[in-house]
Design a protein around this ligand. Structure first.
Ligand code: SF4
Length: 305
């Protein structure tokens, strides 16, 4: 399977081509709400989870497909910075690719100077900080031993000061877990301290790893947004709309790839993959072959690989 994913129309980044740096599901956290599923390897160990040769090959392919996307995003079905080749991959991509580069991270490796230095060179870092209180942090993110909330906050503060591009802080709120008044009060103070370029609020919009994770309503998110101040914005799609995807590869392969990363409802797949008749036929085939399944979440049918 190629390490490239998409391009997908992301509300935050535009047309984004993903580069997966860790296989499913290697992560330093096991978040209640994770849309990729439960973490199977919970670790802080940085290792060659995918060999450099594969990453290099994917980046050369991304170069060839440069016309197809607006931003190249390092991500993974887990934490991308756990790959020991992360710093090299960023540097290589910066020299090779003309388009902006972004990274999605759970912020757990920001205490490592080389990781921070690599991140400081990209255009957008989308870093997670779901809670600023130890108890809620442990409940919502279920971190590996050795992941320290204090070091995450310090790492974010340092990264903000070092960044040439922009730091966008993502806060995902789970009802009754990290959305109390006390949680939001401390989060607001920490946001002031870190001073990110943007604060992006989200909630549980896809089937979570743990059924206990429930979403906030849009109205509740609005109240939090108002409380957190001007730089906060809600990124939860009201209508879960994702615009069209441009692709040249085989639909079955693309669809399976897409659903391997995260479950998606038919409405989203129809918008992303456009041809709904062909899409339904391919979905049926994948179900028959046992490659994907249906899931019911919040009254909506999702497909998941
Ligand atoms: S949401 Fe991100 S940080 Fe949390 S378990 Fe999933 S991949 Fe890891």
């Amino acid at each position: 399977m190629s390490l490239l994913f998409g391009p997908v129309k992301s509300r935050r980044l535009g047309l984004s081509l993903g580069v997966e740096l860790v296989p499913s599901k290697i992560c330093s956290m096991d978040c209640l709400y994770c849309e990729v599923g439960k973490t199977t390897t919970l670790t802080t160990l940085r290792a060659s989870y995918l060999p450099w040769e594969e990453i290099e090959k994917a980046l050369y392919e991304a170069k060839e497909r440069e016309e197809e996307y607006e931003v190249l995003t390092f991500t993974g079905s887990g934490e991308p910075t756990l790959n020991i080749h992360f710093e090299r991959a960023v540097e290589f991509a910066r020299n090779l690719i003309k388009k902006p580069i972004s990274v999605l991270t759970n912020s757990s490796t920001l205490n490592i100077e080389t990781v921070r230095r690599a991140l400081s060179e990209v255009d957008y870092v989308l870093a997670s900080l779901d809670a600023a209180r130890e108890k809620s942090f442990k409940l919502v993110n279920r971190p590996a031993e050795g992941v320290s909330l204090r070091e995450i906050i310090m790492g974010l503060k340092n990264l903000r000061e070092e960044m040439k591009g922009e730091l966008w802080l993502e806060i995902l709120l789970v009802k009754g877990v990290n959305d109390s008044e006390e949680d939001l009060k401390v989060l607001r103070e920490v946001i002031e301290y870190i001073n990110p370029h943007k604060v992006q609020l989200n909630t549980v919009v896809r089937p979570p790893a743990y059924a206990v994770a429930k979403p906030l309503s849009f109205e509740e998110l609005e109240k939090v947004r108002a409380y957190l101040g001007e730089r906060a914005e809600i990124i939860t799609p009201k209508d879960k709309k994702i615009e069209g995807i441009s692709f040249k590869r085989n639909l079955e392969e693309l669809l399976f790839d897409y659903l391997s990363r995260r479950p998606a409802p038919l409405t989203e797949l129809t918008e992303v993959f456009k041809d709904s008749e062909e899409l339904k036929r391919v979905l049926q085939n994948l179900i028959k072959e046992g490659k994907i399944k249906r899931l019911l979440y919040q009254g909506e049918v999702y497909f998941s690989a």
